[in-house]
Design a protein around this ligand. Structure first.
Ligand code: SF4
Length: 139
């Protein structure tokens, strides 16, 4: 059997509890998985990697990975790297605000309207990266 033409891409957001940029990272990941690239983009809970859950580890090791982090501590990227896997496309969520200053996210448990819109914009922009990785390319 030949190699599949496309494969799933794992999108991992940091936990970012109590931080607007962490909330933006999580919301962007959900937008990608549920609205922009359902069936192609998939995700897992980051703590499962931290506790070395076998299913989460397999998912990350066998697929291309995009990480979305809320600050330079880069917990999502480093959790993947701790498994010995290089992240294909690491992202810090603030970069989307830097590119779209008119959308200032606020809130932690729930983003404001501008933050939710920014998550949609970010997910739309990341769709091209997902498509390239799903097709076996690089970013
Ligand atoms: S990357 Fe920053 S915001 Fe995200 S979980 Fe780690 S410390 Fe929190």
């Amino acid at each position: 059997m030949g190699e599949k033409a496309s494969r799933q891409v794992v999108v991992l957001a940091c936990s970012g509890i109590g931080k607007t940029w962490g909330a933006l990272a999580r919301e962007t990941a959900l937008e990608l998985v549920e609205r922009v690239r359902p069936g192609v983009a998939t995700t897992a809970c980051l703590p499962l990697l931290v506790i070395n859950d076998p299913d989460a580890r397999c998912l990350v090791m066998e697929h291309p990975v995009i990480t979305l982090d809320g600050c330079p501590k880069a917990c999502a990227r480093k959790s993947v790297e701790a498994l010995g896997k290089k992240v294909d496309h690491p992202v810090e969520s603030i970069q989307f605000y830097t590119a779209h200053r008119e959308l200032k996210p606020e809130g932690v448990a729930q983003l404001n309207a501008a933050g939710l819109k920014l998550a949609q914009v970010a997910a739309n922009e990341l769709a091209a990266i997902v498509d390239r990785l799903a097709a076996g390319g690089q970013t």
